[in-house]
Design a protein around this ligand. Structure first.
Ligand SMILES: *Cc1c(COP(=O)(O)O)cnc(C)c1O
Length: 390
């Protein structure tokens, strides 16, 4: 009941003239949930335990139950979740991992850090996710894994990807950093491949107060190895079976995440409502709205449109005090640090084109209906659409 009230309190406030609309509003979150969060922090302070402890195991248990995955391992960031998963799979020099180029750096960065080679495959121009049709051509005898990314909170087309994985003996790692709560054919993100990685970076759907991440898998042995790698490869205190790192999540952050997790369904519902509202309000504007195949239930980590003259639209919205973001302006295969891999302009034409055309509109759960209308109205004006009552 309390959650429902909170959702409507957010929804029905109007947009005061001149108010800034940002891509994130953590101050508003603190207004709504600050007292619960402070109480959780206080509990940790009193316990005197800042590493490990019940908050960590409870967070792992709640996420594993919510998602329907047997093993959950809390780690220090989404990046470390990916790194640790790759280390557990013993991916290293001489190995190749198929990844999209249209993603956050960590997806490919972790592969390269371990001395393996990221092999970039183009994306579907409508969903922005790895194009299964193009994966097979990138498989070589060195390929060890495929790492699809569920970009903007919508799952990659996992059935054909896992089918290729199975047939070619490749592990499938889900980069679900943006997709906690998303469903694909009625199945949860993080249950679709062999191992999955989440991020609790403050902007993510379950955003923490600092860095954080989680590894999820059904594979008991992989889970055990990840748990060891998280604490320098220890099998027991000061006995190191393998070389790991310090990939632990702080207790305080876990306690805060447990509070936020209680409200995750409200946040997700609100993101979906916002996306629906944008869809209606932008119907007649010459921008491409997010494409959602019928078997997908995205969580709108971002509401991302595609348009011509994207930078002009972005600048014009900025003038009207509306924050937007470009995820991502430069594809990974054209990043300076990956020059040695031999890609050039034209290697992945869809990725390169969408990098010029995408724009993510404010879509966080603290956004008011009035804000959404305000953003849509400004976009319509940019395209010279007459104003209409909505
Ligand atoms: C955020 C993100 C990561 C990394 O997570 P951090 O917690 O920031 O380290 C990895 N992949 C994708 C797709 C992301 O969006």
């Amino acid at each position: 009941m309390e959650m429902r009230q909170t959702a409507s309190r957010i929804a029905f406030e109007r947009h005061p003239a001149g108010r800034r609309v940002e891509t994130l509003d953590l101050k508003k979150e603190m207004e709504l949930y600050g007292s619960e969060i402070r109480a959780a922090i206080e509990d940790v302070l009193e316990s005197g335990q800042f590493i490990g402890g019940p908050a960590i195991t409870q967070l792992e248990a709640e996420l594993s139950e919510r998602l329907g995955v047997t093993h959950a391992i809390a780690v220090s960031s989404g990046t470390d979740a990916i790194l640790c998963a790759l280390m557990a799979l013993e991916i290293g020099p001489g190995d190749e991992v198929i990844v999209p180029s249209f993603t956050f750096f960590a997806t490919a960065g972790c592969v390269a850090r371990l001395g393996a080679k990221p092999v970039f495959v183009d994306v579907d121009p409508r969903t922005f996710n790895l194009d299964p049709e193009q994966i097979e051509a990138a498989v070589t005898p060195k390929t060890r894994a495929i790492m699809p990314v569920h970009l903007y909170g919508q799952c990659a087309d996992m059935d054909p990807i896992c089918e290729i994985g199975k047939r070619r003996g490749l592990c499938v790692i889900e980069d679900a950093a943006q997709a906690l709560g998303a469903q694909y054919k009625g199945r949860n993100a993080c249950t679709l491949g062999d191992i999955a990685c989440l991020s609790f970076y403050p902007t993510k759907n379950l955003g923490g107060f600092g860095e954080g991440g989680m590894i999820l898998t059904e594979d008991e042995r992989l889970a055990e190895v990840c748990r060891q790698l998280r604490t320098h490869g220890e099998s027991e205190r000061y006995y190191h079976d393998r070389i790991g790192g310090n990939f632990r999540l702080d207790t305080m952050k876990a306690a805060i995440l447990l509070v936020k997790l209680k409200h995750l369904d409200t946040f997700t519902r609100r993101r979906r409502e916002t996306a629906e509202r944008y869809n209606e309000l932008l119907r007649e504007v010459p921008v491409q709205r997010p494409f959602v195949p019928t078997h997908q239930a995205p969580v709108y980590h971002q509401y991302t449109i595609q348009c011509d003259r994207r930078d002009e639209l972005k600048a014009s919205l900025q003038e009207h005090r509306i924050g937007t973001a470009v995820y991502y302006p430069v594809p990974l295969h054209l990043q300076t640090c990956f020059e040695g891999l031999g890609y050039r302009c034209g290697s992945l034409p869809v990725t390169e084109r969408v990098c010029q055309r995408v724009l993510s509109l404010p879509c966080h759960p603290m956004l008011h209906d009035g804000d959404i209308e305000h953003v849509a109205k400004r976009i319509r004006e940019c395209y010279g659409e007459p104003d209409r009552e909505t």
